[in-house]
Ligand binder design. Structure first.
Ligand code: S3P
Length: 451
């Protein structure tokens, strides 16, 4: 089933050379954080380039429910009048975060140290995902939680009336957990310290500093130690959301595998905590260049130019790089199918608890399309077949997971026979213009009837 309605089955057939400019939407992680931090600030936050995918729209609705004034000004421009740190009102109704783990986990953190009670739910995918990784540290602040078995949504959180600051070592590499703790720390007196053994995306830290919080980050033997001073007055900001490297990944990878392609993907954020895929592709022999590199809003940005890459080679992806490309393993495994040799991906257990079990979803889908893949609890290996030799012809289940759906539509652009995906509805959660954007480059997508 689609996350938000009836299933949208689609078929992707071999495309001619892809050509043109792919203007991908705003960054999903930064879009969520802009709305949440805007809601926790005093005064107005003006946002341009907001991703208007369903995940982010659900977060906008949630911020209204907690008392912020959130206005859609059109064409990706939004205004948020915040309530200030500790100023959240109690929502009248259940907060539905749809498909979004980032939305629900960050919002839980943001409300957990205010004296309000809120109940959270989501779609069939989100309600299967683990929330204890967030509610465990929130309990240390004094928040109370009642959820379903295994720490699943729906779940009610009673925010701490008298929060205490915490020192927390994040047990899994997760920017969502780190961010939830930092957002909770905002309304606790004194210093909240979060330690992460592996560096994950640092948008929350950068943006908290931008909104006026005192926050430091230092690399020690324990890992990255982030210290936030609680109860700051955050002030509304003007934010230009950079474009999403995780969305750019799809037109970039499609261009690498479709013969004759040459695609430009402008203005992509290349924050090192997000850019691991592009480095990996270059090591595999991808014809991928960074044009016009520059700094925008304190973030490295470049235009990506991706061209058909006839000599892709499988590599062992360094496990230390996993956090910086965690959302990109599905599309990387598609590229790996067109390489020669094996692409080995280890240290990726977190893929099992994304919008779907992505190792299982990709393994099943690739096998159904004639690609050899071995997998274990925290690893998978794709044996490449080389360009022109990937059979396709299979039916793939997207499991309410946008990135699985988009990855297999890209696979079908270069396989011998078309690839069918049972439901592409979830793509709207992160990349609502995926279908027209890819079609304009030359993709052959057809909406089909369900099998
Ligand atoms: C995100 C963190 C990552 C990532 C997700 C977005 C964020 O999740 O997979 O798409 O914006 O903080 P985890 O924190 O579960 O690794």
């Amino acid at each position: 089933m689609s996350a938000h309605g009836t299933p949208i089955p689609m078929t992707s057939s071999a495309a001619g050379p892809l050509a043109g400019v792919a203007d991908v939407p705003g960054d999903k992680s930064i879009s969520h954080r802009s709305l949440i931090l805007g809601a926790l600030s005093i005064g107005e936050t003006r946002i341009s380039g907001l991703l208007e995918g369903q995940d982010v729209l659900d977060t906008a609705r949630a911020m209204r429910a907690f008392g912020a004034e959130v206005t859609d000004l059109g064409e990706g421009n939004w205004s948020v009048h915040g309530v200030g740190v500790g100023g959240f009102a109690e929502p009248d109704n259940v907060i539905d975060c749809g498909n979004s783990g980032t939305g629900v986990r960050l919002i839980m953190g943001a409300m957990a140290t205010s004296p309000v009670t809120a109940t959270f739910t989501g779609d069939a995918s989100l309600n299967k995902r683990p929330m204890a990784r967030v509610t465990d540290p929130l309990a240390l602040f004094g928040a109370q939680t009642v959820g379903r078995e295994g720490g699943r949504l729906p779940m009610t959180i009673v925010g701490a009336a008298d929060p205490v600051p915490v020192r927390y070592v994040v047990p899994v590499p997760s920017a969502q957990v780190k961010s939830a703790v930092l957002l909770a720390g905002l309304n606790a007196p004194g210093q909240t310290v979060v330690i992460e053994k592996e560096a994950t995306r640092d948008h929350t830290e950068r943006m908290l500093a931008g909104f006026g919080a005192t926050i430091t980050s230092e690399v020690t033997d324990e890992g990255r130690v982030i210290t936030l001073t609680g109860q700051p007055e955050l002030t509304g900001q003007t934010i230009a959301v950079p474009r999403d490297p995780s969305s750019a990944a799809f037109p970039v990878c499609a261009a690498l595998i479709v013969p004759g392609s040459d695609v430009l993907v402008p203005n992509i954020g290349l924050n090192p905590t997000r850019a691991g895929l592009f480095e990996t592709l270059r090591e595999m022999g991808a014809n991928l260049t960074y044009e016009n590199p520059r700094e925008e809003g304190g973030e490295p940005v470049a235009d990506l130019r991706a061209r058909f890459s006839p000599d892709l080679r499988g590599i062992e992806v360094p496990p230390a790089r996993a956090a910086s490309m965690i959302d990109e393993y599905p599309i990387l495994s598609v590229v790996a199918a067109f390489a020669t040799g094996q692409t080995v991906m280890r240290g990726v257990k977190e893929l099992r608890v994304k919008e779907s079990d992505r190792i299982m979803a990709m393994a099943d889908g690739l096998r159904a399309n004639g690609v050899d893949i071995e997998d274990g609890e925290d690893w998978w290996i794709v044996t490449g077949r080389g360009h022109g030799n990937v059979a396709g012809g299979g039916l793939v289940h997207s499991h309410i997971d946008h990135r699985i759906a988009m990855s297999f539509l890209c696979l079908g652009m270069a396989t011998q026979a078309p690839v069918r995906v049972d439901d592409c509805g979830p793509i709207a959660t992160s990349f609502p213009v995926f279908e027209p954007l890819m079609s304009a480059l030359g993709a052959q997508f057809v909406r089909t009837s369900a099998d």
